[in-house]
Design a protein around this ligand. Structure first.
Ligand code: AMP
Ligand code: ZN
Length: 493
């Protein structure tokens, strides 16, 4: 019994039963990175959260079209409609082409997410690849009378839109408060009202990222690309739109306004927002310097932590919190996750060696499996799922220690369930052999002696000795792995 999936919809502020627009299919759009710097661990948390969601939808059997964009133009420095384009600024500082900046950090983004074992999206469109679609969208909004052109720029008229459809429905902001709280313009802006936002900006002579348009040379406003690309690839209405909590306003609010202005219907059924990763209690952010890069964490080359943590352990750490909760990263928390991760991996290995016997009476494997689904069906509750996986690990450890036995059926359900939820849903993975092993031939020699001794013990059916060798090595951070090609070892990093 899989039960039904419920998701927390930021739009309604409540958990709702998930029903896709087309049976068996899901369209999901997630705002991607602005590729002007290396992705920090906070960015990664959001993309890993949506990787979990994508994986679980697939696990349930949905055919998912997952669209995640690359912002390579139009995102100005201060998130509002002023300042330099972030990519152009980096290009100027580094004296390279803007597209070199884009290429460099897009590659970094892909490589970093691959280390975390995230699935690539089905489509990864770029803002600069969709200028035509964005210009068409601006034209359509102008035709609706909900935008105005001034000096080569086009602005969305929030007040007029609000007369037709409520502006602020996602973030819960009221137009009166927005009018009251938005700082007054200094007279240099072309906006009629300060809360209006740019759909198209005129390019000043020094602005290099520019395209011709009916309003002269310019570039698209940041919010425009996501509406243009989500509509193009997922339709006027689609199932899920995601992003970090900090994008709710103004970015997602503006996306809703742009789409509703033209299509006159809500573009998205379920708005999902992932919460922030914090460091020392403050949001991890590029701009404040309060951040750590994933590679700094993996290599141990950083001033924050005394040791290195591997990608699988960091992924596990992030998934031990619900995607809507704030997580603060700390050495203690990472160390606890490291232990937990190895406990699960050890349990999987022990399970392979367990001989079926009479069933454990205090363990109902079907109820256990139901609990795994129930956890994930409750708005992708990965921490509860992980608690269930630890419960399974406890049963396996008890059987391994001879305190109970497990039946063939119990072993099969545990094996299939654990593998499915650990590898397919949580996206965890067995760490690759640590490169240190290849750099220390003496360790290789010593390990080969131990592996041979263990194999001899097994041949002589002295399983107590064989297990002792394996378990004592595991306790010291060395995992013995039996595979088709023979036995190898792995250092826990
Ligand atoms: P950006 O490249 O700034 O547009 O950010 C890419 C994604 O990372 C967005 O969905 C942000 O919401 C998300 N993000 C930024 N900082 C954090 C953080 N500290 N924790 C979690 N997600 C974040
Ligand atoms: Zn977006």
């Amino acid at each position: 019994m899989k039960g039904s999936l419920h998701v927390y919809n930021s739009l309604s502020g409540s958990k709702e039963e998930f029903q896709s627009l087309t049976a068996g299919h899901v369209g999901m759009y997630v705002c991607g990175p602005t590729v002007y710097s290396n992705v920090h661990l906070g960015n990664c948390r959001t993309f890993i959260s949506f990787d979990l969601i994508y994986r679980y939808l697939k696990f349930l059997g949905y055919k998912v079209r997952y669209v995640r964009n690359i912002t390579d133009a139009g995102h100005l420095e201060n998130d509002e409609d002023a300042g330099e384009d972030r990519i152009a600024k980096k290009a100027r500082l580094e004296e390279i082409e803007p597209m070199e900046v884009v290429q460099r950090y897009t590659v970094d983004f892909h490589q970093t997410l691959a280390k975390f074992n995230t699935y690539p999206p089905s489509i990864e469109p770029t803002a600069t690849g969709h200028i035509v679609e964005q210009i068409e969208l601006v034209k359509a909004i102008l035709e609706e009378g909900l935008a105005y052109e001034k000096n080569g720029s086009v602005y969305f008229d929030v007040i007029k839109f609000n007369e037709r459809e409520r502006y602020g429905k996602l973030s819960g902001r009221k137009i009166e408060d927005l009018i009251h709280n938005t700082r007054t313009l200094d007279g240099q802006s072309d906006k009629r009202n300060p809360q209006d936002f740019a759909l198209w900006k005129k390019a000043e002579p020094q602005h290099i990222m520019r395209w011709p348009s009916p309003w002269g040379d310019g570039f698209p406003g940041w919010h425009l690309e996501c509406t243009a690309m989500s509509t193009k690839y997922l339709g006027e209405q689609f199932d899920i739109h995601g992003g970090g909590m900090d994008l709710k306003f103004p970015h997602h609010e503006c996306e809703i306004a742009q789409a509703e202005a033209v299509n006159k219907k809500a573009p998205v059924r379920y708005w999902l927002h992932a919460n922030m990763l914090t460091l020392n209690g403050k949001k991890m952010a590029k701009s404040t310097g309060n951040n750590i890069l994933p590679d700094e964490l993996f290599s141990g080359k950083n001033t924050l932590f005394s040791k290195a943590f591997s990608p699988a352990v960091v992924r596990f750490f992030l998934l031990q919190a619900h995607y809507r909760s704030i997580v603060d990263i700390s050495e203690n928390a990472l160390e606890a996750s490291e232990k937990g991760y190895h406990r699960l991996m050890d349990a999987l290995r022990l399970l392979e060696d367990l001989a079926p016997s009479t069933p454990a009476e205090n363990f109902d494997q079907d109820a256990w499996l139901d609990c795994c689904y129930t956890a994930m069906n409750d708005d992708f509750n990965s921490p509860i799922l992980i608690a269930q996986l630890f419960e399974a690990a406890k049963q396996i450890q008890a059987a391994h220690a001879g305190q109970q036995t497990l039946s063939k059926e119990q072993i099969n359900t545990l094996s299939e369930g654990m593998r499915g939820f650990i590898f397919d849903v949580l996206g965890l993975f067995v760490e690759e052999q640590a490169s240190a092993a290849h750099e220390t031939p003496a360790l290789d020699t010593a390990m080969q002696v131990l592996i041979d001794l263990r194999n001899e013990a097994r041949q002589q059916k002295n399983f107590a000795l064989a297990d002792k060798i394996r378990d004592q090595l595991a306790a010291g951070g060395i995992q013995i792995q039996d595979g088709k090609e023979g036995t190898s070892y792995l250092l826990n990093t």
